[in-house]
Design a protein around this ligand. Structure first.
Ligand code: NAP
Ligand code: GDD
Length: 344
């Protein structure tokens, strides 16, 4: 029988790649969207899957809405990808972030608990929960130490997912995913900000990119690889939580250097007043400046994941490496800028 998947956050980066993946697996895909005044299905259109998805209206703030939709759709699997996902914003909107990212998850789990036939449940947990990491690399045994309202909310949702598994025997699990990017990444995240910025510099639409902490290190993978791990987790007989990461870490500075190389520029870093700038060796133009307003009130300096458990038990491993990811993102933005087709 055809399986039904309900994906919350379908209009986001991972929602687009996951729906594409599940459609290739023969699923009937239901996409939960919150009401917005503008069309925001661009990612689904770009992957060519929009017409194959059954859209339903659902906001994580409203439990009656969640209950009605879950009862109507009768999904076999629920993938909860919806979230206020930008860490910086969570410092300015901490209560809203926790309402959606923490209590919103609780609302879904309570809904499932009250159902007769209970769907499997995937929760989008995050390496932000490791925060000020208490060991490196981070795996399923590493203690959590979140550093933002976003990380704290995700940790609440994480433990609630564990608790409903242990208390009510739900097939619920969390993927503790490290940063994953793609050409469909939102433009406020640092990788996409850099890839789009470099494409605009190459096409002379912009002179420089203004960044915050150049020394922050992240374990960056490709979203298309990571959504497969979500599905693999729900196919396990016994639900369990897994770390998903590449096992390699790079700084924002390195990301910028690689992205510059993709447009044939080499960056030289130079001291500038109380900070530094990135200057193109070829043209002498300043292409990177530092602006402290992008710094976080509490920063996470270094993240590095160890996903050996997922490799051994799920057979999951990433296919796209750091160089491949940067190249893919810059090339895609070069094309978009050339065609005047940056849709977000
Ligand atoms: P994203 O691009 O920001 O997408 C977030 C999605 O959540 C969007 O579809 C958004 O809808 C939806 N949403 C936000 N608030 C909602 C609400 N109140 N009710 C219903 N939907 C709502 O995020 P992503 O990168 O795809 O990440 C997917 C999930 O994985 C998120 O939960 C994120 O926190 C988590 N995660 C991401 C990473 C990563 O590196 N990408 C790593 C670990 C965990 P709109 O289009 O209307 O805004
Ligand atoms: N956004 C942004 N903009 N970040 C910058 C900038 C800038 O101009 N300059 C430096 N950074 C640094 C941030 O301080 C942070 O240390 C790092 O770049 C990555 O920032 P983001 O790309 O915004 O991602 P994130 O790591 O905070 O959060 C992402 O990954 C999490 C998983 O660890 C998001 O996708 C979260 O939803 C996800 O859970």
């Amino acid at each position: 029988m055809t399986k039904r998947a309900l994906i919350t956050g379908i209009t986001g980066q991972d929602g687009a790649y996951l729906s594409q993946f599940l459609l290739t697996k023969g699923y009937e895909v239901f996409g939960a969207v919150r009401r917005t005044s503008s069309i925001n299905t661009g990612r689904l259109s770009e992957l060519g899957v929009l017409d194959e998805i059954n859209m339903v209206s659902m906001d994580l703030a409203e439990i009656t809405n969640i209950q009605r939709i879950v009862e109507e759709v009768e999904p076999d699997e629920i993938y909860n990808l919806a979230a206020q996902s930008f860490v910086q914003t969570s410092f300015e909107q901490p209560i809203y972030t926790s309402d959606i990212d923490a209590i919103g998850v609780h609302r879904i789990l309570e809904t499932i608990r009250n159902l007769g036939a209970k769907p499997k449940f995937y929760q989008a947990s995050s390496s932000e929960m490791f925060g000020k990491a208490q060991g490196t690399p981070q795996n399923e045994e590493t203690p959590f130490y979140p550093r933002s309202p976003y990380g704290i909310s995700k940790l609440y949702a994480h433990w609630t997912t564990v608790n409903y598994r242990e208390s009510w025997n739900l097939h619920s699990c969390s993927g503790i995913l490290f940063n994953h990017e793609s050409p469909l990444r939102g433009i406020e995240f640092v990788t996409r900000k850099i890839s789009l910025g470099m494409a605009e510099i190459a096409h002379k639409k912009k002179n420089r990119i203004s960044l915050g902490n150049l020394n922050a290190e992240r374990d960056w993978g490709f979203s298309g690889d990571y959504v497969k791990a979500m599905w693999m987790m729900l196919q396990q007989k016994n639900p369990k939580d897994y770390v998903i990461a590449t096992g390699k870490t790079h700084s924002v500075r390195e990301f910028a250097e690689k992205a510059a190389q993709a447009i044939d520029l080499e960056i030289e870093w130079m001291a500038d007043k109380d900070d530094e700038v990135g200057v193109s060796k070829d043209t002498g133009d300043t292409i990177i400046t530092v602006n402290k307003s992008f710094n976080r009130p509490a920063e996470i300096d270094h993240l590095l994941g160890d996903s050996r458990l997922a490799n051994n038990e799920l057979g999951w491993k990433p296919e796209v490496d750091f160089e491949g990811l940067v190249e893919m993102m810059v090339q895609s933005d070069l094309k978009r800028v050339e065609q005047g087709a940056v849709w977000f």
